[in-house]
Design a protein around this ligand. Structure first.
Ligand code: NAD
Ligand code: LMR
Length: 341
């Protein structure tokens, strides 16, 4: 009888008065390149994230339409669109997280490094504005080639005197998303439960999935040939999409999902949620290379701890040695560009 007199709204009030859950903090997220193939679905996913209170959408074209559209969704984040460099300051000011999917995507036959000439300048320019308007924001770099654009960003921030290595991330989450999907299919484990660390960088052989550390344990023992094939498919996942899209760009939907996962992890870390761990390309001393992707614990200031690689199979050890020269030269190319331009 007692229960039947409690209305749904009364029940809600009761729960509110007896729980100590703190209100979610205000968090502003800016997306630079918000009207693009990744930018649009990523804007949608960030609008759906209850951790976001303000969402600033910036692009050189098309943002008013995307912003008007996304803003009609009845979720917490207040949306505003910004276009042209006159408005970028307003877009960036007060941002906690800035996500950068601005720049050109690959066409069939191209490598990510073929995008360098156009995207290096775009990223350098955008990072100059970040240094000016929101130097404390966590920067999630999606624009390719990530192995070079992250070092470019670091140099721009160093020049501006704002560099904090704990706050700059190359987004490699899509490699993890792919490794999980491909591994679950072969190992016959539930795809939602799978985790596979992916280390190194974000291009071809620099993408090194560590299937020897995959969880949960599987009853299916994968042969060396199967592990080689899974590794190659993960490394070539981007190319698989580029070829399937046949000239209409590269991964956008799966990338938006991956970008939203990574930004969500950054926000959770900022909000003090414990044990938020994601693979990401950061300044690192895990190997002799100055930047490297590995598992990273995220916290209130960004990177809390760069985790070591753990034990590797002989195949993975070989992969690690083989990727170093290419990754080193992509990092150096980015640093040289930023220093000379
Ligand atoms: P797209 O061409 O569809 O969109 C890019 C957007 O960037 C466009 O709307 C364009 O107007 C905008 N833009 C260009 N210059 C800009 C500037 N100076 N300021 C703000 N916006 C600007 O491309 P896309 O498919 O969305 O891909 C974007 C980038 O993301 C590419 O470099 C691609 O290679 C990369 N990418 C990375 C990953 C990853 O895993 N890290 C995955 C997929 C794609
Ligand atoms: C990806 O991995 O899908 C992206 O880096 C885009 C690309 O060019 O492959």
């Amino acid at each position: 009888r007692g229960r039947s007199v409690v209305s749904p709204s009364g029940d809600h009030l009761l729960r509110r008065s007896f729980t100590s859950a703190a209100p979610l903090p205000e968090r502003k997220v800016a997306i630079l390149g918000a009207a693009g193939g990744i930018g649009q679905p990523l804007s949608l996913l960030m609008k759906l994230n209850p951790l976001v209170s303000k969402l600033a959408l910036y692009d050189i074209a098309g943002t008013p339409g995307v912003a008007a559209d996304v803003s009609h969704i009845n979720t917490r984040a207040e949306v505003a669109g910004y276009m042209t460099e006159d408005q970028i300051g307003e877009a960036l000011e007060g941002s906690d997280v800035v996500i950068i999917p601005a720049g050109v995507p690959r066409k069939p036959g191209m490598t990510r490094d073929d995008l360098f000439n156009i995207n290096a300048g775009i990223v350098k320019n955008l990072c100059t504005f970040i240094a000016k308007y929101c130097p404390n924001a966590l920067v999630n770099m999606i624009s390719n080639p990530v192995n070079s654009t992250v070092p470019i960003a670091s140099e721009v921030f160093k020049k501006a005197g704002t560099y904090d290595e704990k706050k700059l991330f190359g987004v490699t989450t899509l490699d993890v998303v792919r490794a999980r999907t491909f591994y679950a299919g072969k190992a016959k484990v539930p795809v939602a439960d799978v985790n596979v660390p992916v280390v190194g960088g974000h291009a071809g052989i620099t993408i090194l999935p560590l299937f020897s550390q995959a969880t949960p344990a599987s009853n299916v023992v994968l042969s060396a040939d199967e592990i080689t094939a899974l590794t190659k498919r993960t490394q070539d996942g981007g190319t698989e999409v580029v070829e399937a899209k046949a000239g209409k760009g590269s991964a956008t939907l799966s990338m938006a999902y991956a970008g939203a996962l990574f930004a969500d992890a950054c926000l959770k870390g900022l909000n003090g949620v414990p044990d938020v761990v994601e693979c990401t390309f950061v300044q690192s001393s895990v190997t002799e290379l100055p930047f490297f992707a590995s598992k990273v614990r995220l916290g209130k200031n960004g990177v809390e701890e760069v985790l070591r690689l753990g034990s590797l199979s002989d195949f993975e050890k070989q992969g690690l040695e083989s990727l170093k020269p290419e990754l080193k030269s992509s990092i150096e190319k980015g640093i040289k560009f930023a220093k000379e331009n």
